[in-house]
Design a protein around this ligand. Structure first.
Ligand SMILES: Cc1cc2nc3c(=O)[nH]c(=O)nc-3n(C[C@H](O)[C@H](O)[C@H](O)COP(=O)(O)OP(=O)(O)OC[C@H]3O[C@@H](n4cnc5c(N)ncnc54)[C@H](O)[C@@H]3O)c2cc1C
Ligand code: FES
Length: 252
């Protein structure tokens, strides 16, 4: 797919939680679900020096929306931008989630829910549902928006939102009650994705996961995003960010 690096202007900026915000920018071409962009400031400043990788939260008629959690300096400075300010966007980058016509369960933890909105929206599956995990109701966001796309099961660490379960436990419960999906797609903490893989394997469900790593270039040039997984050593930006569940299987 054609990639571009353009300076575009922030069209909308909206806080959705204490530490999370949505940023909308005009951007073409249309990305595939699971792809990401590299974003940086468009005013020529060199601090922070490197662009940051952010998933496609949504894309609609030339408008790209990103869901960003503030974790450090780059994302904090981005949150302090204003509508009309210039940002550089490079992408779309990376591979995409597989499509499936049967049933798909999209499982996300924390900010890992970001790529699942567009993935579920674009999915052609007959039955699609989310399992979305947050620490608590207070630390959850955009739950109504996800409910507009598909059935959603919410789980939380303290039980203040949905069931007091981890996402992989909810998948296990659904599979045991006869609601076994054909495919699971996950994004979130690595431990959560590995636990989902174990449950998927137990029930014979295919699984694909979106991995994270620190990135420098996003296009396979700096080798900075290489991570050692149990199943392989991978360059997340070029070979991923989407990998099938074998990445969590110890190589024999
Ligand atoms: C393919 C991909 C898609 C992503 N999609 C999103 C998204 O949709 N929304 C979102 O909020 N974030 C996303 N991230 C994570 C995001 O890129 C980082 O949070 C961001 O780069 C942090 O920049 P910073 O300058 O604020 O933090 P820094 O000051 O660089 O780091 C702050 C802290 O965060 C940790 N950290 C930074 N980057 C990463 C990373 N990539 N993985 C794990 N830990 C990290 C650092 O170790 C440090 O502890 C994605 C990452 C990848 C690789
Ligand atoms: S980020 Fe540079 S090679 Fe992946």
């Amino acid at each position: 797919m054609q990639q571009r690096s353009i300076v575009t202007k922030i069209a909308d900026l909206m806080a959705v939680a204490n530490d999370c915000f949505l940023m909308a920018v005009p951007f073409e071409p249309e990305p595939l679900p699971g792809q990401f962009v590299m974003i940086s400031f468009g005013d020529g400043r060199t601090d922070p020096f490197l662009p940051r990788p952010i998933s496609i939260f949504d894309w609609d008629d030339g408008m790209l929306t990103l869901l960003i959690r503030v974790v450090g300096r780059g994302t904090l400075l981005m949150a302090r931008q204003a509508v009309g300010m210039p940002v550089r966007v490079t992408g779309p980058l990376g591979n995409s989630f597989p499509d499936e016509s049967g049933s798909v369960c999209f499982i996300g933890g924390g900010i890992g829910i970001a790529p699942l909105y567009y993935a579920a929206k674009r999915s052609t599956a007959q039955d699609k549902r989310f399992i979305l995990g947050f620490r608590s109701a207070e630390q959850s966001y955009l739950t109504d928006d996800y409910l507009k796309i598909a059935t959603a099961h919410f789980v939380s660490d303290d039980g203040s939102l949905g069931d007091k379960l981890f996402p992989h436990q909810k998948l296990d419960a659904l599979a045991k009650s006869g609601e076994k999906p054909d495919l699971v797609i996950t994004c979130g903490p690595e431990k959560m994705m590995a636990a989902v893989h174990e449950v998927a394997k137990k029930h014979g469900i295919r699984d694909h996961h979106s991995l994270e790593s620190r990135m420098g270039c996003g296009i396979g040039a700096c080798l900075g995003c290489r991570v050692q997984m149990p199943g392989a050593s991978v360059l997340v930006c070029k070979e991923g960010p989407i990998f099938d569940g074998s990445i969590f299987e110890e190589k024999k």
